[in-house]
Design a protein around this ligand. Structure first.
Ligand code: PLP
Length: 479
């Protein structure tokens, strides 16, 4: 299996793109074709999940996309990533019925109580494995709106060959999220706060990656959802959810609370592989760039000053970094068109429209997409309603998906992706049900830990200076 950039570069092997992150032409790596699953293949996979469990199932799916790591090693990687100790359940991502025809896929049972753990735990193991094999070290420069950062830092705590510089928007994360990230006291994990929004953080990461000399000097890699290894790890739970829900082998739909379009893009990949998915419903909060695209065909990104601070903060994104992968398929995999649209037109005008394109790209008809918007009032009402009606406490991101998912339930089961536990978002829970969420025992000390951050007031030059000053790996050295 080879990988191509959405803007034309490549082909590359899996382990090369694993360590590289963003392609040199600014595009995102995608497999040159999607592996196809027949009905018999799905049956065989169903049996593997039921008989041998999630980690073996995950190794099978990863093996379809990764041919430069022996299968036996992939099994070890997923076995270390998906343990009952880390996820509190041997099922790893269990699915439960919530209401008639509405199901909840629990993706947030991992060490940082958000679905990011599902991919990040695998990514941490893959980095450790491949860097060890190559006798290399790596510097991760990432951006987070809350959950990516802590999931990455916890996944890389034991990866001795990796140092992490994580940018987060100052004052925009919940106290629990801050405690979880900034409470880490480790020279390999540096938290940098940026006065601004997540998009400002992400722009700085992109600027670092655009400097080829600096990137090579520090062997800079990515853990953001642009990394294909994360995306492919997320494909796994679409398949496992389908196995759990569709005893009759029939089609299901998913509703996904979306920000950077990573989670739902994995659903798109699963659908392209042949998993019977009727609809992929994209739920957004007040930052509704994606919902607007799916209803109008116009993708209009917004500046950070136009990005609302909401009570589902991990979705406060107005420039969805994975969207280019989907658009690549929408154009019939036309790298030249994508390079023009995302490399030139979008930076210049902030807008891409499917209306004036030479291709026939209807996301709903071709790829089953639907979309909807949820607001703060909807979140509060939905958390309260699900708590009362279904006796289950959901977090605000999952509430956005329940609200939009309920509006799109059809004949087939609708699976809501639960992306975080409510403990991360105390104040909206208090507002909705009149009390703060229970703190699972393993998170009891998070709010008390002393916090460690470096504040970035300048731009890209100051960020480079921080990396130069605090790097523990001399210039892309080998250890
Ligand atoms: C990251 C995140 C999202 C958005 O997922 P994308 O892959 O960026 O679309 C939604 N909910 C929670 C809790 C998250 O952490």
């Amino acid at each position: 299996m080879r990988y191509l950039s959405t803007r034309g570069a490549g082909p590359m092997s899996f382990t090369d793109i694993l360590l590289e992150g963003l392609a040199p032409d600014g595009g995102l790596y995608v497999p040159e074709s999607y592996p196809q699953l027949s009905g018999d293949d799905l049956e065989a996979l169903r049996e593997i999940l039921i008989d041998e469990g999630y980690s073996r199932f995950a190794a099978e799916i990863l093996g379809l996309f990764i041919d430069d790591i022996p299968f036996h090693d992939l099994e070890t990687i997923t076995r270390r990533a998906y343990t009952k100790e880390k996820f509190g359940t041997h099922l790893i991502a269990p699915v439960h019925p919530l209401e008639p025809n509405l199901w909840l896929a629990h993706l947030s049972q991992g060490p940082t109580a958000a679905f990011k753990d599902m991919a990040m735990q695998v990514l941490g193991q893959l980095f450790d494995y491949e860097l060890g094999r190559r006798h290399q070290t790596m510097t991760i420069v990432g951006a987070t709106s809350g959950d990516t950062g802590s999931a990455a830092e916890y996944a890389l705590l034991d990866a001795e060959r990796v140092q992490v510089f994580m940018l987060s928007p100052l004052g925009r994360m919940s106290p629990f999220q801050r405690g979880q990230m900034y409470g880490i006291d480790n020279a390999r994990i540096i938290n940098i706060t940026v006065p601004g929004s997540f998009d400002d953080c992400q722009d700085l990461v992109k600027a670092i990656n655009a400097d080829q000399e600096f990137k090579a000097r520090f062997a800079i890699g990515a853990v953001n959802s642009i990394n294909w290894a994360r995306l492919v790890s997320q494909v796994v739970y679409y398949l496992s959810s389908w196995v759990q829900v569709s005893a009759d082998r029939g089609p299901v739909s998913f509703c996904v609370p979306s920000g950077n379009f990573g989670n739902i893009c994995a659903g798109h990949v699963a659908r392209m592989m042949g998993l019977p998915i009727s609809h992929l419903v994209c739920a957004t909060n007040e930052n509704n760039v994606l919902a607007e695209f799916f209803s109008t065909g116009v993708y209009r990104v917004r500046a950070s000053t136009e990005t609302f601070v909401t009570s589902s903060p991990s979705m406060d994104i107005s420039k969805a970094s994975n969207f280019e992968r989907f658009f690549f398929d929408l154009t019939g995999r036309d790298a030249q068109t994508v390079a023009h649209l995302f490399g030139q037109q979008l930076p210049a005008t902030g807008v891409i429209s499917t209306r004036d394109q030479p291709y026939d790209g209807d996301p709903a008809r071709l790829f089953g997409f639907q979309a909807g918007v949820s607001t703060h009032a909807n979140r509060v009402a939905t958390i309260a309603d699900v708590y009362k009606r279904d006796d289950y406490l959901i977090d605000p991101h999952t509430a956005d998906a329940v609200k939009v998912g309920r509006e799109h339930v059809g004949a087939e089961p609708m699976i809501i992706m639960e992306t975080a536990l409510p403990v991360k978002f105390g104040s909206i829970t208090q507002e909705a049900i009149g009390k703060v969420p229970p703190v699972p025992g393993r998170f009891a000390s998070v709010l008390e830990a002393e916090q460690h951050t470096v504040r970035l007031d300048g731009g890209i030059d100051e960020l480079k200076a921080i990396i130069e000053r605090q790097s523990i790996f001399e210039a892309a050295s080998s250890i």
